[in-house]
Design a protein around this ligand. Structure first.
Ligand code: AMP
Ligand code: ZN
Length: 701
């Protein structure tokens, strides 16, 4: 590698080429190191490559690659840590930006719990720390485990690293026998600046913002490195506990503080909406002087018994809300509009921007949504941005809130170059050349080359191996692209033939070797056994997200039943079709997309080839297997008097039941309150069990 020439002397083409070579070489070295292979290069050589990469990126910021080695978090990939299954999921938070959304949140809670308007309701309000969450497990007062959030169900075991934080006690003498503390690891502004200065001096990697620095520092393979990094911790929540901490959120926070854990001093108790908003404004006012990053204020219902009644949606509790601070903005020039083709064939226009810093992060891409958005109108033809369209060469305001992909807010017409022309959306797929269609009522254009479009095939494969689908470690986006280019992978079934068909070649492939190949084959083999919901999600069918996949898996229970039902529903009518549509959370669009997917012979053949390689785990109704309601299908009708419909439904689901919207022969129970009409009648005709609200409550405990 010719790294002798100063970056200033290189042409952009030469720099781009060298950056590509460096990215590949550093990635290969990372793989060798973390795959526990003997490292193939010395630390000094590795550091030299990283420094050269940083120097080139500094000289050519616009050439910084999406897979830039300096972007990679703290080096260790997730495979480097053992996994921890959380005893209780680590949830995320529902977001709000506008005050009306906060008002809605309070009103929704009142409605759900059916509280009279004059009954007081208290909430805690506290800063939302912009760090990474950590769960600490204390058994008999001793810290035995620390885990990151991961996907919420499974995180990484970072116990040795967490022990190095001064804010985290090793022992809590007066703790309950089991205590799981949850909170946020973060880095102060001052410590962050000092760390970056030190890193720059020694040629180490610098971090884009304190949150990345905190994450990179906690997720170190070598705990002595974590120990050298100034990490802090705030406790704000808990997981499993052997005895309740308190009756209220505030009481529990006070207990945590009493255990010697740091809690945030800006946590207060508020009564009703106005006080929440007032505290929000106060925290927003103090934001710049806090000395650490926060990105909003979190509201939590104070009474824990009410929290329990409200429960959680799939990923967020109903009793908490993150009220985010307004997005940050910047102005930059739009250099190009590129089209990406996704796994379902959707064409997504992406803005390539002159790099600009927004809220501490360098941004060079923004989403442009669809053709209408670029043209300055919404899906109903109404003007947006007062009808101003977006053109290559335009100066645009971009904004970014939290982690979301930046968006373009507006165009400055006074700076539009005279030769700028309106953007013409492609009529054919830029990848496969097939025609592009836009269905009536849809905003998105789709490539029609479903079975021949390489972009769709590659994206489908990436989706298939992704974390919430088959979760195949070691088969990242780049590897999929490389194997696809070589013709090794075309469809998911091919993944399971990799070893038998290309094992020898892979072991000899550049950047691989015995050990990495063996690791990959092992992680593939481990995924031959797969839960039904992951399989359904992994197929990448349009409109079938993770939640829908879970609903379907729970409803049908086994692959055979699911597969047969899809076949039987192919005409969009009949009992199987009705049954599919009766699943709560499945609408007609989803149902049609699903059934049509299975109706396509080429899809069926590909699925059969895949399924032949797998052992599919049936999905039983969740956890509550002991409950008399587990696996049952319930329909509520009429007025309930003791709890709202929403609460009844949430309770039934928590007990493992499915709640359906209409009565069929597959319904197990119909709960009928006063005013029940046709549904109750139908249930009686079908000879189903009809319960009164009292009987239902007894069953639901
Ligand atoms: P999000 O990742 O945007 O869904 O927000 C949820 C995350 O906010 C949680 O997983 C926590 O890591 C983080 N968080 C920061 N401060 C708090 C707080 N005071 N209460 C609850 N969560 C918080
Ligand atoms: Zn295409």
């Amino acid at each position: 590698m010719d790294s002798s020439r100063p970056p200033e002397e290189l042409t952009p083409e030469e720099a781009a080429e060298e950056l590509a070579r460096l990215a590949a070489a550093i990635a290969a070295a990372d793989r060798a190191y973390h795959g526990e292979d003997a490292p193939q290069i010395t630390d000094a050589e590795y550091d030299a490559m990283k420094r050269r990469n940083a120097a080139l990126e500094a000289a050519f910021p616009e050439l910084r690659r999406p897979d830039s080695p300096s972007e990679r978090v703290g080096a260790p990939p997730s495979s480097a840590f053992s996994k921890v299954r959380h005893s209780m999921p680590m949830l995320s938070l529902e977001n709000a930006f506008a005050e009306e959304e906060v008002a809605d949140f309070v009103a929704r809670i009142r409605r759900f719990l059916n509280l009279p308007a004059d009954e007081p309701l208290a909430f805690t309000a506290e800063p939302k720390i912009d760090g990474l969450s950590l769960s600490l497990r204390y058994e008999d007062g001793r810290l035995v485990q620390a885990a990151t959030r991961g996907d919420g169900t499974t995180g990484e075991n970072v116990t040795a690293n967490a022990r190095t934080l001064d804010d985290i006690p090793d022992e809590i003498p007066d703790a309950p026998a089991l205590l799981e503390v949850r909170g946020e690891v973060y880095m102060s502004h001052e410590d962050f600046a000092a760390l970056n200065a030190r890193q720059a001096e020694t040629g180490g990697r610098t971090f884009a913002n304190p949150r990345n620095a905190a994450a990179g520092s906690l997720r170190q393979l070598d705990p002595s490195i974590t120990a050298s990094r100034p990490l802090r911790f705030f406790a704000y929540s808990w997981g499993m506990v052997s005895e309740p901490l308190a009756d209220t959120q505030m009481g529990a926070i006070e207990r945590l503080a009493g255990f010697g854990l740091p809690t945030n001093p800006l946590t207060v108790l508020c009564h009703e909406l106005e006080e929440l908003l007032a505290h929000y404004r106060r925290i927003e006012g103090e934001r710049a002087n806090l000395g650490y990053d926060i990105d909003g204020v979190v509201y939590k219902l104070n009474r824990l018994d009410l929290q329990a009644r409200l429960g959680a949606r799939s990923a967020t509790p109903r009793w908490a809300l993150a009220h985010k601070f307004p997005a940050e903005r910047a102005t930059t020039q739009l250099r190009a509009i590129e089209i990406q083709v996704g796994r379902t064939g959707a064409l997504s226009p992406i803005a390539r921007l002159a790099p600009v810093t927004v809220g501490g992060v360098v941004v060079q891409n923004a989403t442009l949504h669809n053709a209408d958005y670029i043209a300055g109108r919404d899906s109903r033809g109404q003007p947006i941005r007062e009808g101003r369209d977006i053109r290559v060469g335009d100066w645009v305001t971009i904004y970014r809130a939290g982690d979301v992909i930046p968006k373009i807010e507006d165009v400055d017409l006074s700076r539009r170059p005279p030769d700028a022309v309106p953007y013409v959306f492609p009529e054919t797929c830029p990848i496969c050349g097939s025609d592009v269609v836009r269905e009536p009522g849809e905003a998105v254009h789709y490539c029609t080359g479903n079975l021949v479009c390489p972009a769709q095939q590659v994206e489908k494969l990436k989706h298939f191996v992704s974390r919430n689908a088959f979760d195949i470690e070691g088969l990242g986006a780049k590897t999929i692209e490389a194997f696809f280019a070589d013709g090794w992978l075309r469809e998911p079934a091919d993944i399971f033939h990799l070893e038998s068909r290309h094992g020898t070649e892979l072991r000899r492939r550049e950047g691989w070797g015995e050990r990495s190949a063996a690791n990959l084959f092992r992680s593939i083999a481990e995924r031959r056994r797969v839960p039904l919901n992951r399989l359904i999600f992994g197929l990448g069918i349009r409109h079938v997200g993770e939640t829908a996949a879970k609903l379907l898996a729970r409803h049908y229970g086994s692959w055979e039943r699911f597969r047969t039902a899809m076949e039987e529903a192919r005409d969009h009518e009949g009992p199987a079709w009705d049954d599919l549509n009766a699943i709560d959370g499945v609408g007609p669009t989803l149902a049609a997309s699903l059934v049509d997917f299975f109706h396509e012979p080429a899809n069926r053949a590909a699925i059969d080839r895949l399924v032949a390689e797998l052992e599919i785990e049936d999905v039983a109704a969740p956890s509550a297997s002991g409950s008399p309601l587990a696996g049952k299908t319930i329909v509520f009708t009429g007025t309930l008097e003791r709890m709202t419909r929403a609460e009844a439904k949430a309770r039934a689901e928590a007990l493992g039941a499915k709640v359906a919207g209409s009565v069929s022969s597959r319904t197990d129970y119909v709960v009928a309150g006063p005013g029940a009409g046709s549904k109750e009648k139908k249930a009686r005709e079908l000879g189903l069990t009809v319960l009164s609200e009292e009987e239902w409550l007894e069953m639901a405990g």
